[in-house]
Design a protein around this ligand. Structure first.
Ligand code: URA
Length: 255
């Protein structure tokens, strides 16, 4: 990406006006890659050549990349440690599209996590603010899951899941009991349930079902807020680049 020097300077937010940016160039206050440049139309790639004003390096505002992935089973939502690599595990980051730069690929994080076996809606981004807005517990952003159990589930179990059950959580190496918040739970068939949670503890759905005596054999996330995976027609393993779109607004969150 090549930019003219005056265009670059205007976008950094350092100068009160385009005129001031140009005057800084003409005054010899701007260096590109260490050399004074007095030509305001000088073209260069700001990713590879640092620009400084009176010795201070200037930056363009961060452009964030955000994607929706239809996560297949068998992928981890984290960078792998040595042990995981030796076990032949695969991170979701291996599914990032080729058009992203290596720098952007390295900056991507997942917005919350899905277990290795869980499938469905996963948002990946370079934008830390988006991550906090969606995952901070105080925001209670709803997440919708389709759950298949090994055996048919009865009304008593559904009622308990709706009202809240005790699940074990490990916090700083200590096991504590957590009473889950009320959840929306709809039975779709004898072994299929749609669950909407407003919190996101580790392996929460599997632990909740386990606490009422059920094993989850299939877990698929269909929505985060008002963003529904089915609206995007993504096949398993495919990503959609949402960069430049207001993903928070699409989720029904105001920002
Ligand atoms: N709850 C789980 O148990 N697992 C997930 O992957 C997501 C929610």
């Amino acid at each position: 990406m090549k930019l003219r020097l005056h265009q670059f300077l205007s976008q950094t937010g350092t100068f009160a006006s385009k005129r001031q940016a140009k005057e800084a160039v003409w005054a010899g206050d701007i260096t590109v890659n260490g050399s004074v440049v007095k030509d305001i139309s000088f073209q260069f790639n700001p990713r590879t050549k640092p620009v400084a004003y009176r010795g201070n390096v200037l930056h363009l505002p961060e452009e964030h990349v955000t994607l929706i992935l239809n996560k297949p089973p068998g992928y981890l939502c984290s960078r792998l440690n040595k042990h995981e690599r030796s076990l032949g595990k695969t991170p979701v980051f291996d599914l990032l599209p080729d058009h992203l730069s290596q720098r952007d690929k390295d900056r991507m994080v997942t917005v919350g996590r899905l277990d290795e076996a869980t499938t469905g809606m996963l948002v990946l981004t370079t934008d830390g603010k988006l991550v906090s807005r969606v995952t901070d517990p105080e925001h209670h952003v709803p997440k919708v899951y389709l759950v298949r159990t090994a055996e048919s589930i009865d009304e008593a179990a559904l009622k308990a899941l709706r009202e809240g059950v005790d699940i074990e959580l490990e916090v700083n190496g200590e096991v504590t009991l957590h009473r889950t918040e009320p959840a929306e739970v709809h039975q779709l068939s004898s072994c299929d349930v749609q669950v909407t949670l407003h919190e996101g503890k580790k392996r929460q759905v599997r632990r909740m079902f386990s606490s009422v005596g059920h094993q989850v054999i299939d877990l698929h996330r269909t929505a985060i807020g008002e963003l529904w995976l089915e609206d995007f027609g993504l096949r398993e393993g495919d990503c959609l680049d949402m960069s430049g779109m207001n993903v928070l607004a699409l989720m029904g969150l105001d920002g």
